[in-house]
Write a protein that binds this ligand. Structure first.
Ligand SMILES: NC(=O)c1ccc[n+]([C@@H]2O[C@H](COP(=O)([O-])OP(=O)(O)OC[C@H]3O[C@@H](n4cnc5c(N)ncnc54)[C@H](O)[C@@H]3O)[C@@H](O)[C@H]2O)c1
Length: 333
């Protein structure tokens, strides 16, 4: 199958593309290779993907409609998986414009192009951050998501809305996936688990917000990849419109929103303890107040995804950290 993936130099896009290439699919990767974080990681990911014969790549911005559309029209993919985005909650406070351009304008281009070539299924990466500071746990797809507390989250919610209206107008089959704190080898150095590891190894102080009293539903990358792959051939269709009650299917469009997470919340201090154990060094800690834009807790309910794909995660956080630390030591040795 021909699959066009945006964000293949990024963490999730890379792992997804690699797995699909291993399965024999033809992949076209598109990424701006932006400098938001250490390019060494993006170069390494590109190097690995470029070894596959069935991998094509083009460097470019998704805001550049002409370049992006030419690439997609030429490749004629059946499936488009959109994972390119400006990620990160904290960076969005200082640099909101980048988020509006990459996440909103860029996703609008993806929707327009996907409709023009009538892809069988467009899958778009969204985020648990759209639940904002909701108190009711676990988060369900039908919960209210009107109160994002960061610019990043607000742009993610906007893309969900844009995608729904596009899907409704033109019957474009769209699945939105709300990811919950994805971590693992070749991961993102702007995320807490990665920053902590770097500092602990260098015996530098780690900065812990809200005294470590925060919870996250940490989801190992392989579980995310297998979840996405199990959905590729399961596009929402017109027959499902209005069929279910109280779920995330649209009642006017071939559109759905699905959580994808590990369904367990872990206390940040516990997570750090496991990191220390795996690294073999006790962390020096500096406790700071809660950061602007951060949420106290996340926890996914993934029943809807399970109904469609029998999705089950395999990696608990202790095993996931072990695998991450093993990779980290090798990569930075
Ligand atoms: N990793 C997580 O925990 C997590 C959690 C929730 C949601 N997400 C979402 O998952 C998707 C993938 O995230 P990731 O963790 O792999 O992030 P990442 O930053 O590693 O990857 C994103 C990639 O998109 C590229 N990119 C950014 N702006 C672009 C643009 N305008 N045009 C073309 N390419 C551009 C970047 O160069 C990068 O390689 C994103 O939509 C992100 O918002 C990730």
């Amino acid at each position: 199958m021909k699959i066009f993936i945006t964000g293949t130099s990024g963490f999730i896009g890379f792992h997804l593309a690699k797995k699909l290439l291993e399965k024999g699919h033809s992949i076209y990767g598109y990424d701006s290779i932006n400098t938001y974080y250490d390019l060494k990681l993006k170069k390494e990911r590109n190097k690995i993907l470029n070894k596959y014969k069935k991998y094509k790549f083009l460097k470019g911005n998704i805001e550049n409609y002409n370049q992006l559309s030419k690439a997609v029209f030429k490749f004629k993919p059946k499936i488009l998986i959109h994972l390119a985005a400006q990620a990160g909650v904290r960076y969005s406070i200082e640099n909101p414009e980048i988020y509006l351009n990459s996440n909103i304008l860029g996703t609008f281009n993806i929707l327009k192009i996907s409709d023009k070539i009538k892809v069988k299924h467009l899958i778009i990466g969204s985020s648990s951050s759209v639940y904002g500071a909701n108190k009711k746990m676990p988060f369900r797809e039908i919960d209210k998501t009107d109160n994002q507390i960061s610019i990043y989250a607000a742009t993610k919610k906007s893309t969900e809305n844009l995608a729904h209206s596009y899907s409704s107008l033109w019957k474009l089959p769209v699945t939105i996936l709300r990811f919950f704190t994805v971590y693992g080898p070749l991961g993102r150095p702007d995320m807490a688990y990665f920053k902590f590891t770097k500092k602990i190894v260098k015996k530098k102080k780690i900065e812990i917000y809200n005294k470590g009293k925060m919870y996250r539903d940490y989801t190992y990358i392989d579980d995310i990849v297998s979840g996405i792959i199990s959905l590729i051939n399961k596009a929402p269709n017109n027959n499902q419109i209005g069929k279910f009650k109280n779920d995330s299917l649209s009642h006017v469009a071939p559109f759905r929103i699905l959580n994808i997470g590990n369904t367990k919340k872990v206390l940040l201090l516990e997570f750090i303890k496991t990191l220390e154990k795996e690294i073999g060094i006790k962390a020096k800690k500096k406790f700071l107040p809660m950061q602007k834009g951060d949420v106290l807790s996340t926890l996914s309910d993934t029943k809807l995804l399970q109904q469609i794909t029998c999705y089950k995660t395999k990696t608990n956080y202790k095993l996931g950290i072990k695998k991450f630390v093993r990779w980290f030591k090798e990569f930075y040795s």
